[in-house]
Ligand binder design. Structure first.
Ligand code: SPV
Ligand code: MG
Length: 290
């Protein structure tokens, strides 16, 4: 079964699929190893890993090549975050096949203007494009995919932009009408109330996707019980884990004046070599190196 089909079946199966963010192939492999159902090819994480804002500062090529590298070392589906689609509907038509060819099984496109600003920052620039313009972008994405199982997820930023529930519902339904396979509804409220209101009012027939970063109280069991949500994305927990771990280890080395103490607390070099799939290279060596 293809990764695209695995993702589509998972969504059709009605069981909540969990996607963990990754900013590089190693993080994606760790997400797979931990049992997540999919990888989230997060723009926020990749931007952070380059130490630049998540505001279309990185080029599409940089993100695309990271998606290709992630897909090449993981067996679970990859959901690629293509921000606003890197331009208008014409750009989207050219972008989507490239992500599909790179091994992604879905793209998420958001209805903000290009260049976007990151959603969770207080006071960010959150301007949305017209509904019909974004319908054109969704339709362009749907029409550009080669495999019907490749999914186009439309992301509604109306709540992030402070435009209210009615606007968010209107946009979600309009994007469904344009052919989206799912609607990602994002919120930066620190309680789940806003998202729960949206879900309760949702009359669409396609599943919803949540990114509960700002309202972490909502567990997978809570989300599954709501019934209308197909995917939960953990949007930035790989980069935050990495930052926390590096800060703490680096500080300890400076404090201790060496690595003697910290060494015992770290994964052994052997573990990293295993994650590099060294075993595969040894097999190739054994077979072909003369
Ligand atoms: C990302 O991870 O890049 C996302 C989710 O788009 S968020 O940062 O919450 O907007
Ligand atoms: Mg993003």
């Amino acid at each position: 079964m293809t990764k695209n089909r695995i993702l589509r079946d998972a969504l059709a199966g009605g069981k909540l699929l969990t996607a963990m963010a990754a900013h590089n192939p190693l993080a994606a492999k760790l997400a797979e190893e931990a049992g997540f159902g999919a990888v989230w090819g997060s723009g926020f994480e990749l931007s952070a890993s380059y130490a630049v804002p998540d505001a279309n500062i990185l080029s599409m090529g940089t993100h695309l090549e990271m998606m290709r590298a992630i897909a090449s070392v993981t067996a679970i589906p990859l959901i690629a975050d293509i921000d606003t689609g890197f331009g208008n509907a014409v750009n989207v038509s050219y972008v989507v096949p490239q992500y599909e060819a790179a091994g992604a099984s879905a793209v998420v496109i958001e209805d903000k203007t290009f260049p976007k600003d990151t959603s969770l920052r207080a006071g960010g620039r959150q301007e949305l494009v017209r509904i019909d313009e974004f319908q054109g972008k969704v339709a362009a994405a749907v029409s550009a995919r080669h495999d019907r199982d490749f999914m186009v997820i439309a992301r509604v930023e109306a709540l992030i932009a402070g435009l209210g529930q009615a606007e968010a519902q209107k946009r979600g339904l309009a994007y469904q009408e344009a052919g989206a396979d799912a609607v990602l509804i994002h919120s930066k409220q620190t309680t789940p109330d806003e998202i729960l209101s949206f879900i309760a009012a949702w009359q669409g027939s396609i599943p919803l996707v949540l990114v509960p970063t700002a309202y972490p109280q909502l567990t997978e069991a809570d989300i599954a019980a709501l019934g209308k949500v197909g995917i939960v994305i953990y949007g930035n927990h790989a980069i935050r884990a990495a930052v926390g771990a590096m800060r703490s280890v680096f500080a300890q080395i400076r404090r201790d004046g060496g690595i003697r103490e910290v060494d015992k607390t770290l994964p052994a070099v052997k573990e990293i070599i295993e994650l590099q799939d060294d075993a595969r290279m040894r097999r190739i060596e054994g077979k072909f190196l003369r």
